[in-house]
Design a protein around this ligand. Structure first.
Ligand code: PLP
Length: 467
């Protein structure tokens, strides 16, 4: 490789799809090409992506939620550069990292600020799924009970433990036997939870306060009652805030919207990365961690090689500082509320829109077969005959092609389009999004023109590219 790495890299531009097709994931490339998403992005700044042709795109997908501060936040980058320039020892392993201690201190202070008293220990890992794996192990070790409860439509990651808590058959099937002792419950159903806890053999109930796949929010009173039911049965309440945590819903942690919710374990990841370095964290009551690491011999009985690495910790610290100084959670609460309200208004103008829901800057539009007019119902049926999951593409495709807005389908075989803007997104960008959304929804009601293109694009795409 020649000396100037970036010059060399620039010379390779344009080869990415061909390389991925050959060496990484041809099915993915086929899907991206089929729906015309095979752009050549070369730069990211805040809520914007730029392609090689000089087009600007509004990023409401944020890398599945990790760019909470937008791309290349100058403060996070500067802190990372400073850390890199220091030649720090990093991951000595037979010492204690100052950076990790400082991140833990901040996470704990925010977790305990409202409800959440007693969440005083942090375990660091490298991803969301790894944080859920740790939560499962910690809960079993602390309670010495076998079963784990989870919710319908839940998404907690794709490694075997977290996959065993996945609420969708699509992700589970074909991977053989998953972890035993798990049980799926309907979301927001306290009676089902109470029944499942009856035998007192449950280690944990794992729940997303706002579900990533559905944008459904826990009902008022649900987490409080779940706390009570779990604790009465000797089970732990684990809230998975990998996606909805760290300001995303308008509080530092989503569970803090409900004052008497008292989770025992909180999982975070995505946003903590500052958009730069993979990281995950499990925040837990001290007694739980003490059961796991209960002596010198077992002090690394659950551990990993890369956890607490300097760059991840510096990115996390920088992220938390930026969020604190910008009072990001309160900003999100206000902007999210007005955005969801405005989108709901727009949704009322379109018979395909069934619901607009979410919390803060995590929201989605749910579509359904319209009762009337007949013309639209027939168009819906025709599209579903073509491909079960294709309707959502009639929204995300024109959003990208005509308005340069990047969004995602939230779940497999669902009709929900989800939006996860950066928490720092400007009000102007939100205005731009809402105007575009209105146009896309208006166009959906003129099937002939808009749908022809989309049908052609979507015909070959048997997948919805969902996570
Ligand atoms: C709620 C939730 N938990 C866990 C995960 C898994 O995180 P990761 O992809 O970092 O493993 C995700 C990822 O989307 C998520 O949304």
């Amino acid at each position: 490789m020649p000396q100037g790495f970036l010059t060399w890299l620039d010379a390779q531009q344009g080869r990415q799809y061909e390389l991925h097709e050959r060496h990484i994931n041809p099915a993915f490339v086929k899907t991206i090409r089929t729906i015309g998403f095979d752009r050549n992005y070369i730069r990211g700044e805040g809520e914007w992506l730029f392609d090689a042709e000089g087009h600007r795109y509004l990023d409401l997908l944020t890398g599945w939620g990790m760019f909470a501060l937008g791309r290349n936040h100058p403060r996070v980058r500067s802190i990372l550069e400073q850390v890199l320039s220091r030649d720090m020892p990093n991951l000595v392993r037979m010492d204690c990292s100052l950076l990790a201690g400082l991140v833990a201190e901040k996470l704990v202070s925010h977790a305990c600020a409202d409800s959440g008293q007693g969440l005083s220990r942090v375990f660091f890992c490298n991803s969301g799924t790894e944080s859920v794996e740790a939560a499962i192990k910690f809960a079993r070790c602390h309670t010495r009970k076998p079963r784990i409860l989870f919710c319908d439509h839940a998404f907690h990651g794709l490694t075997v433990g977290s996959l065993s808590l996945n609420g969708s058959e699509f992700f589970r099937e074909r991977f053989g036997e998953l972890m035993p002792g798990t049980e799926k419950l309907p979301f927001n159903d306290l009676a089902a939870l109470e029944r499942a806890l009856q035998a007192k053999d449950v280690a944990a109930f794992v729940v997303e306060p706002v579900q990533g796949k559905t944008c459904e929010v826990v009902a008022d009173g649900y987490l409080e009652q779940a706390t009570r039911l779990c604790h009465r049965a000797g089970a732990l309440l684990v809230v998975d805030e990998v996606q909805c945590g760290l300001g995303r819903t308008g509080k530092w942690f989503a569970f803090q919207h409900w004052r008497e919710a008292e989770p025992d374990i909180v999982c975070v990841a995505k946003a903590l990365s500052g958009g730069y370095v993979p990281v995950g964290a499990v925040i837990s009551r001290a007694a739980i961690m003490d059961s796991v690491f209960d002596g010198m011999e077992r002090c690394v009985v659950h551990s990993n090689t890369f956890g607490q690495n300097d760059l991840a910790m510096a990115a996390a610290l920088a992220t938390l500082q930026v969020m604190e100084e910008g009072e990001i959670p309160s900003r999100v609460a206000k902007l999210g509320e007005s955005t969801i309200a405005r989108l709901t208004e727009i949704g009322r103008t379109c018979p395909f829109v069934y619901d607009v829901r979410g919390k803060g800057l995590m929201f989605g539009i749910d579509f359904r077969r319209p009762e009337s007019p007949l013309k639209l119902r027939a168009a819906w049926d025709a599209l579903h005959l073509l491909n079960e999951g294709v309707f959502s593409q009639t929204v995300i495709v024109p959003l990208l092609h005509e308005h340069h807005i990047l969004a995602q389908v939230a779940g497999y075989h669902t009709e929900l389009i989800k939006f996860l803007p950066p928490l720092t997104v400007s009000e102007e960008a939100i205005d731009y999004f809402l105007v575009a959304m209105r146009k896309v929804l208006d166009n959906l009601q003129r099937p002939a023109a808009a749908w022809d293109t989309v049908c052609t694009l979507a015909k070959g795409a048997a997948t919805q590219l969902t996570r």
